[in-house]
Design a protein around this ligand. Structure first.
Ligand SMILES: Cc1cc2nc3c(=O)[nH]c(=O)nc-3n(C[C@H](O)[C@H](O)[C@H](O)COP(=O)(O)OP(=O)(O)OC[C@H]3O[C@@H](n4cnc5c(N)ncnc54)[C@H](O)[C@@H]3O)c2cc1C
Ligand SMILES: Cc1cc2nc3c(=O)[nH]c(=O)nc-3n(C[C@H](O)[C@H](O)[C@H](O)COP(=O)(O)O)c2cc1C
Length: 783
């Protein structure tokens, strides 16, 4: 077999090593345009898990790499004169130059041919090769040459960055967030060998310009960085090596394989440096390719397996890198946070690290986070314990005069079980049991303001006396038997009306018994859905009056809070999104115009809803579709409702148009809540694939939302909050007297269960290499 590899970076070299080990008889050549020891950049970083992989696949190179490595366990966050350190991270670094020399030596040892100063312009010269590996890096000539086939997408990020080095020793992966007269600068730094550390500097484009960096050469810009971070560098110089400032390109390719050619490493996909995964991804690509070549009968089958098997892992890492880079791009959002909360945000930004996970590794740090959270709550007038604070989920919140005992919320969820809008015993049991289960706030399902405002024939409503009586019975039960507060969500289905019950085909038009639907513009939801009537002023006035009448009935029922549903493509959302609003009057066009009618309704409700009771609005913070609402629009929308007196923005997303492309995942809508909360400066509730109390605490502690709603988890577990209270020792949670023996038992058992769980987790966690190295080098006398 003949293999030609273009590019002698980590991907190309490691692929050569693994393939040669597998097929010693194969003729494998690496073509590298640079000289053997030319290299750019300083250190590379690997996690312990990545090193485990290297150990498994090629012990000799693993041993040499690890001999050269600097290890560390801690991450240190420097911000506004404070430093917070968190241990147990298990990372190590080595110089990129040393890594490449080790890989070159190992490749040579195995019989791989390495040809340096060989710049490949055309792959046609490898026509006789069975496999051509395109490992030619971020600016891959061959990916670009066959762009029509590989279909790369290059997302050039806004922040500027530069790689530099220093002799400053570091004992932790160090983030420094530095305020300057021009704006914030960030340093990501780590040691990779004795006396050498990598420094990546990052800043936003405006700060970059204000700091005059665009006019400086490499040395001058290093000097400017040395001035800014001089207090930390302590006289150590900053070193440069092609340390130009540039923008990070996030690259994704639709295809990785063309005939017998395969993209590897940065050539196929990149991951932002803030999660330190570029070299790791490149080498793990090589592992995946070698595995596929080992398993599959032909090269073509192997390449197909490589692409299919590897894509998910790469996309997951890219997603984590995306989330992380967005955090750094918007660091100014958190600049006024308490430093410990800020540090918690840095640690948890990419979702892999959570509140519980940090509690195990760095209990003192989480203790400080809890205290800062509790202090903030006390500053709002609550008499909470700040020395031994409860977890954020169990801290109270006040909205106007409504006080919530905790931050867990039952999200609004249609039960499709009403007749003519009338709630029945199912609703009483459903809402009642969730209130008994401990959630601080319970939302009603979208409660429709008129018969023709319903989504489906099973939707609940509040337009007549009988419905008012039924809702009052539910609210009274909840107030009499639980500590939960109850929020009425009012809505109108708009163009998604007259559709089937969820279990009969969500959003599909009714075959029989439908009614006329209306919307901002006459655009059907599905091509075969009813074409809605475009609302005229008379219809707008009628619907407004229905909303007002329903709100008055809501007050008569005793609801504690009112939410206006302006999300998910229903009537009011259809005004806000440009994808569903094509009006040419003063209700269409600009965002200001598109918001006019929803705001008019909101203001009408606010004027009849008692001033001591809060109001929220649910919005779709993105349509997940080209030309639709984006996170930035959501900030503007939240500001507009904020000016109209909203107390909380309930941040959901999507469901506006059929061809949306949402990116699902754990807590997938939380970044929008974060953006709205910390840019528009309004209280928010987040929701969406949040399934554990750990996630709830992570979101709250990082300041990404003020309340956390859970929908589907509450459908199977009404006592979600009570169980979490037991886990976190929030003894004060209300339980009706009938249930006290159950509460006593779970609280007693939880102490033991939690201890056992933590012991198991700690026992199951392998020692990091830094810990092992520290043990091995510990002087005997110290034992
Ligand atoms: C300037 C720079 C500095 C970096 N510094 C660091 C760092 O300090 N730490 C870190 O972890 N990551 C760093 N990275 C990112 C990291 O290097 C990559 O994520 C990782 O190296 C990807 O490995 P790769 O093998 O896919 O690509 P690369 O390492 O980029 O290797 C590709 C190789 O292909 C060669 N090549 C390209 N075209 C041709 C051709 N036509 N013919 C022959 N050879 C060709 C290149 O010279 C290069 O050696 C840096 C990246 C750049 C661009
Ligand atoms: C069965 C069901 C019905 C829903 N009905 C409503 C509703 O009436 N009003 C609303 O705003 N959202 C509604 N949603 C959306 C939820 O409130 C929530 O935003 C969504 O389910 C994501 O949260 P989760 O991942 O915790 O379930 C509904 C969701 C489900 C699963």
């Amino acid at each position: 077999m003949k293999v030609a590899i273009i590019g002698g970076g980590p991907a190309g070299l490691y692929a050569a090593i693994l393939l040669k080990k597998q097929r010693p008889e194969a003729d494998i050549t690496v073509h590298e345009r640079n000289r053997a020891d030319d290299t750019f950049g300083f250190g590379v970083v690997f996690s312990d898990a990545t090193l485990d992989n290297f150990e498994k696949y090629d012990p000799p190179s693993y041993r040499r790499i690890t001999q050269e490595f600097a290890y560390w366990d801690d991450i240190a966050v420097h911000f506004r004169g404070t430093v917070h350190r968190v241990g147990g991270n298990g990372f190590c670094g080595c110089s990129r130059r040393m890594l490449l020399l080790i890989l070159q030596e190992r490749a040579r040892e195995l019989g791989v041919r390495l040809i340096f100063e060989s710049d490949i312009e055309d792959e046609a010269r490898f026509a006789d090769a069975d496999l051509v590996v395109l490992a030619d890096g971020i600016n891959s000539r061959f990916r670009d040459k066959y762009a029509a086939h590989f279909q790369p997408e290059v997302d050039v990020r806004s922040n500027m960055f530069a790689w530099m080095g220093s002799s400053r020793p570091l004992d932790a992966f160090t983030f420094i967030f530095q305020e300057t007269e021009w704006g914030p600068f960030i340093a990501h730094a780590y040691q990779y060998e004795v006396g050498r550390s990598t420094w990546i500097f990052e800043t936003d484009p405006e700060t970059f310009k204000r700091a005059g960096l665009s006019g400086l050469n490499e040395r001058q810009s290093a000097d400017r960085m040395a001035e800014i971070f001089g207090w930390f560098l302590q006289g150590h110089p900053l070193l440069t090596n092609r340390s130009m400032w540039r923008n990070f390109p996030m690259i994704r390719s639709q295809r990785w394989v063309k005939d017998n050619m395969v993209l590897l490493g940065d050539a196929k996909a990149t991951a932002h440096f803030s999660i330190g995964s570029g070299t790791k991804l490149a080498m793990e690509d090589a592992i995946a390719l070698a595995d596929a070549m080992h398993r599959a009968p032909t090269v073509a089958a192997a390449l197909e397996q490589y692409e299919q098997g590897r894509r998910e892992e790469v996309e997951k890492t890219q997603h984590a890198a995306d989330v992380s880079l967005v955090w750094f791009e918007h660091v100014d959002r958190f600049w006024d946070f308490d430093p410990v909360q800020f540090a918690f945000g840095v640690m948890t930004r990419a979702k892999a690290i959570t509140y519980d996970n940090l509690t195990l590794r760095a209990p003192d740090f989480v203790g400080e986070v809890d205290k800062a959270f509790a202090r903030h709550v006390r500053d709002k007038g609550f008499d909470v314990d700040v020395e031994k604070p409860l977890a954020p989920m169990f801290q109270p919140l006040r909205l106007r005069e409504m006080v919530l005992a905790n931050r867990a919320v039952v999200s609004p969820m249609c039960m499709y079980s009403a007749k003519e809008g009338l709630p029945n015993d199912f609703h009483l049991v459903h809402y009642g049991s969730r209130a008994l289960g401990g959630a601080g706030l319970i939302f009603t399902e979208m409660t429709c303001v008129g018969l023709d405002a319903r989504i489906t024939p099973g939707c609940a409503g509040l337009w007549n006396d009988e419905q008012e009586k039924a809702w009052r019975r539910i609210v009274d039960f909840i107030h009499a038997n639980s500590a939960a507060k109850m929020c009425l969500q009012l809505g109108h289905a708009g163009r998604k009306g007259a559709t089937r019950l969820m279990w009969d085909g969500m959003d599909r038009p009714l075959e029989q018994g439908g009614w006329d639907v209306m919307s901002a513009s006459p655009i059907p939801y599905f091509p075969d859905s009813q074409v809605p009537r475009e609302m005229d002023r008379a219809a707008m006035d009628r619907v407004k009056a229905e909303f007002v009448a329903a709100a008055k009935r809501g007050e008569a029922c005793g609801f504690d809070m009112l939410e206006l549903h302006c999300a998910h493509g229903y009537l009011l959302a259809s005004f806000i999104s440009p994808l569903t609003n094509q009006r040419t009057d003063e209700y269409g066009g600009s965002l200001e115009n598109r918001l006019r009618y929803p705001l008019e309704i909101f203001e009408a409700l606010r004027s009849v809803w008692p001033s001591h009771k809060p109001m929220s609005v649910r919005i779709s913070a993105t349509d997940w579709a080209d030309g639709g609402i984006t996170g930035n629009d959501a900030v503007a929308i939240a500001r507009a409702f904020g000016e109209a007196g909203v107390d909380l923005v309930d941040v959901s997303t999507g469901q506006t148009v059929r061809d949306a492309e949402p990116i699902y995942g754990r807590m997938f809508q939380t970044p929008f809540s974060d953006q709205v909360r910390n840019e528009a400066r309004v209280a928010t509730m987040c929701v969406g694939n949040i399934t554990t109390a750990d996630q709830v605490n992570t979101i709250l502690a990082a300041g990404r939302a003020d309340l956390v709603a859970l929908g589907r988890p509450h459908l199977v577990d009404p006592a979600f909050t009570m169980k979490a209270a037991a886990w976190y020792g929030a003894n004060d949670i209300f339980s009706p007297p009938q249930y006290l023996p159950g509460k006593d038992q779970i609280f007693r058992n939880s102490v033991r269960d939690r201890q056992e769980f933590e012991d198991l987790k700690i026992k199951a966690k392998p020692k990091t290499r830094a810990e092992l190295k520290a043990e091995a080098t510990k002087p005997l006398a110290a034992e």
